[in-house]
Design a protein around this ligand. Structure first.
Ligand code: ADP
Ligand code: TRP
Length: 330
C-alpha cells in the first residue's frame, strides 16, 4: 500500500562564514555536498556575514570576503537557477526570529556549546554575539523550514541545539511553528589544517582553494609531519599529508599511496608533491571561472539580490507564523 501521507521533499539549507578565504576544509566538509544537493532543487545556501562579525571587525575586509566567497561558490559550480543563493544580512527576518528564540533559550544550553569554548581558547574575544551565535544559526535554519543541513562535523552540535530551541519554542507556545532539522555530513572526518588541527579560517592553518604555483607549494610543504626517516615505514592513518591527499585521490591511488607509506623508502616530500599536483589539477577549471567572475561584480551582486528576494519571501512567512504563536502580531 502506498504511504497515504507522502513525505515532504527535503529542503536543504546551509551557510558559510565569509570570514576569510574559503579553504579545503570548507570545500570537502561542506561545499561539495552543497553543489551535489542543488541538483535536487529546494536548496538554500547563504553567506553568513552576520556570523562573520564575531571574528571580522573591518568593514572593507568583510565586504571583500563576502564578495570572494560568492565568487568561489559560483566558480565551483553553484547554479543560481537551481539553488537559492544569498547573503544572510539581506534577510532581516533572521535577526527578528533570533530574538523570539532567545527569549525561550536556556543559558545552560548555550554554555554547553563546544565551538564557543574552542574559539575562546584560541583567543577570539568572548563577546555576547559569539555566545549567542548558535541562536542566530538556529534562526537561519528554522526561517526556511529546512529539513536537512549539510555541514562539516564541527557543526553537528549546533544543529542539535537548533532542534532543542525549536522544540522549546513549539512547546512554550503549544504550536508546531518550527520544523526540526537533521544534519548531513560528506566526508566523515574533519579535514586537518597545516598544523594537524581542524583546518579553520579562525586558526590560520588553511590551504585556500585557489592558491596556485609557488605560494601553494609553500603551504603544502608546511603541512606538519613526524620525523620518521625516509627509509622507515610510515603510518598513512596518522599522517596529515595522507589525509589531505586521500580527499582528492581515487580508491586505487589511495591504496597505492598507502602501500608506499607502509613499505618505507618514501620521504614525506614525495607525498607533498603528489598532493600539490592534485590541488593544482582539481581546481584548474574553477580558477579560470573565478578570474572571469572577479571582473564582473555587478553579475555577482545581481545573483545575490535575486536569491535574497526568494529567501526573504520564505523567511517572512515563517517569521509571521512565529509572531502569531507568541503574540507579537498586533
Ligand atoms: P571556518 O572554521 O574556516 O571558519 P566555517 O565555520 O565558516 O569555517 O565552516 C563552513 C562549513 O565548512 C561548515 O559546514 C563547516 O562544518 C565546514 N568546515 C569548516 N572547516 C572544516 C574542516 N576542517 N573539515 C570539515 N569541514 C569543515
Ligand atoms: N556556523 C556555521 C559555520 O561556522 C555557519 C552557519 C551559519 C550555518 N548559519 C548556518 C551553517 C546555518 C548551516 C546552517 O560553519
Amino acid at each position: 500500500m502506498p504511504d497515504p501521507k507522502p513525505k515532504r521533499p527535503e529542503r536543504y539549507l546551509s551557510g558559510i562564514q565569509p570570514s576569510g578565504q574559503l579553504h579545503l576544509g570548507n570545500y570537502f566538509g561542506a561545499i561539495v555536498q552543497h553543489l551535489a544537493l542543488q541538483q535536487a532543487g529546494n536548496s538554500f545556501y547563504f553567506l553568513a556575514n552576520y556570523h562573520a562579525l564575531t571574528t571580522v571587525n573591518d568593514a572593507e575586509a568583510l565586504r571583500g570576503h563576502t564578495f570572494e566567497a560568492a565568487v568561489t561558490y559560483l566558480a565551483l559550480g553553484l547554479d543560481p537557477a537551481r539553488a537559492v543563493f544569498f547573503r544572510q544580512s539581506d534577510v532581516p527576518e533572521v535577526t527578528e526570529l533570533m530574538w523570539l528564540l532567545l527569549s525561550v533559550t536556556p543559558m545552560g544550553e548555550l554554555e554547553r556549546a563546544v565551538s564557543y569554548k574552542d574559539k575562546i581558547a584560541k583567543g577570539i574575544a568572548p563577546m555576547a554575539g559569539l555566545f549567542t551565535y548558535p541562536v542566530l544559526m538556529a534562526a537561519d535554519i528554522l526561517a526556511y523550514d529546512s529539513t536537512c543541513v549539510p555541514v562539516g562535523a564541527d557543526q553537528i552540535q549546533h544543529i542539535e541545539m537548533t532542534r532543542e530551541f525549536a522544540r522549546a519554542f513549539n512547546h512554550t507556545y503549544r504550536s508546531e511553528v518550527f520544523t526540526l532539522p537533521t544534519h548531513r555530513l560528506s566526508v566523515g572526518a574533519t579535514v586537518p589544517g597545516l598544523d594537524g588541527q581542524k583546518m579553520s579560517k579562525s586558526y590560520g592553518n588553511t590551504i585556500p582553494l585557489f592558491v596556485t604555483g609557488k605560494p601553494l607549494w609553500k603551504l603544502v610543504s608546511n603541512v606538519k609531519t613526524d620525523s620518521t626517516p625516509v627509509e622507515a615505514p610510515k603510518n598513512p592513518d596518522t599522517c596529515n599529508v595522507f589525509a589531505l591527499y586521500a580527499l582528492f585521490a581515487n580508491a586505487t591511488e589511495k591504496a597505492e599511496m598507502a602501500q608506499r607509506y607502509t613499505h618505507g623508502g618514501m620521504g614525506y616530500g614525495e607525498v607533498k608533491k603528489a598532493l600539490y599536483e592534485k590541488i593544482e589539477e582539481h581546481f584548474a577549471e574553477a580558477r579560470v571561472r573565478r578570474e572571469q567572475l572577479l571582473k564582473d561584480p555587478a553579475f555577482v551582486e545581481d545573483v545575490l539580490r535575486e536569491g535574497a528576494k526568494k529567501a526573504r519571501a520564505v523567511a517572512r512567512a515563517v517569521t509571521d507564523r512565529a509572531r502569531v504563536a507568541c503574540g507579537v502580531d498586533r
